[in-house]
Ligand binder design. Structure first.
Ligand code: PAF
Length: 281
């Protein structure tokens, strides 16, 4: 695996990979890799001839009161995992490489960036779309792989790719869960034992919504209120949002008549977790 710390090194390695082989896949990450990330790498290995992974804890997508400094960093372990998966290129730049002093240019997907997680994390998606567009310019992948767990992020990135004509196919990969149903996340590492068990309420709330949907309920407000009752049963968990939205525009729907995203975000202690499912009538 070629480890590149600078943009010229990464460009050269990716250019070589694209010329000698055919399709280049990119898996953008912030490190602290888990099975969810590795499932993206595996999907990329199937679909592409060479795979590049980026590890960059992107400061611009963290708010001033968020967990940037304590975000888990496990670079050596991550490298070993990626080597084992047969990744060809790892791009792991320093912050100054990506954001030289005086940079004032941002990529913003207006409208979508203020919905769901963007509402509770102002500026978050501006940071995400700026770093992802930089990565697309540097790596020039044919395909880029993202987890369905970050469903709002996926919608924002898809819209950016469409609006700015990036020649990249966005591939969404299914949520990977722990055996008890908790969606895998680097932030799960913050949870103590009690919080870890309380965190399962997100999954229970989503399942409640699914059960009611499977029983024929189509009114979003009814599903939301049933799910919120489940969350309220875990008083140590503070709900951020439980919403039922159009998966592309992220606008709330009243009645579920087509493919619909059910998303939840909640604080378990100080850790903000998200999860979602898709309903299809
Ligand atoms: O999903 C993530 O890990 C990050 O938001 C991403 C896409 C790597 C951008 O920093």
């Amino acid at each position: 695996m070629k480890v590149c710390a600078t943009i010229p090194e990464a460009r050269a390695a990716c250019c070589d990979a694209r010329t000698s082989r055919k399709r280049l896949g990119l898996v953008p990450t912030m490190g602290a890799l888990h099975e969810g990330h590795l499932s993206l790498v595996r999907a990329a290995k199937v679909q592409c001839d060479a795979v590049a992974v980026s590890i960059f804890v992107n400061p611009t997508q963290f708010g001033p009161a968020e967990d940037l400094s304590k975000y888990p960093r496990q670079f050596d372990r991550d490298c070993r995992l990626l080597e084992k998966e047969g990744v060809e290129i790892l791009f792991a730049p320093a912050v100054e490489e990506i954001y030289p002093g005086g940079a004032v240019t941002w990529v913003v997907v207006e409208g979508l960036s203020e919905k769901l997680d963007g509402r509770s994390r102002p500026g978050h998606f501006r940071g995400v779309t700026t770093i992802v567009s930089k990565l697309f310019h540097i790596i020039e992948p044919d395909d880029a792989f993202f987890g369905q767990k970050d469903a709002a992020q996926l919608a924002v990135i898809r819209r950016m790719v469409r609006d700015l004509n990036f020649p990249v196919e966005i591939v969404a990969c299914p949520i990977v869960r722990e055996p008890d149903g908790l969606a895998m996340s680097s932030r799960n590492a913050y949870l103590n034992r009690e919080e870890r068990s309380r965190a399962l309420v997100l999954q229970r709330a989503l399942q409640k919504a699914r059960q009611q949907f499977d029983a024929g309920e189509r009114i979003a407000a009814k599903l939301i209120s049933a799910a919120k009752e489940v969350i309220a049963g875990e008083p140590q968990v503070a709900l951020d949002y439980f919403e039922i939205v159009d998966p592309d525009m992220l606008d709330p729907v009243e009645r579920i008549s087509q493919k619909t995203l059910v998303g939840v975000a909640a604080y378990v202690g100080t850790t903000r977790l998200i999860d979602n499912l898709v309903l299809e009538p």
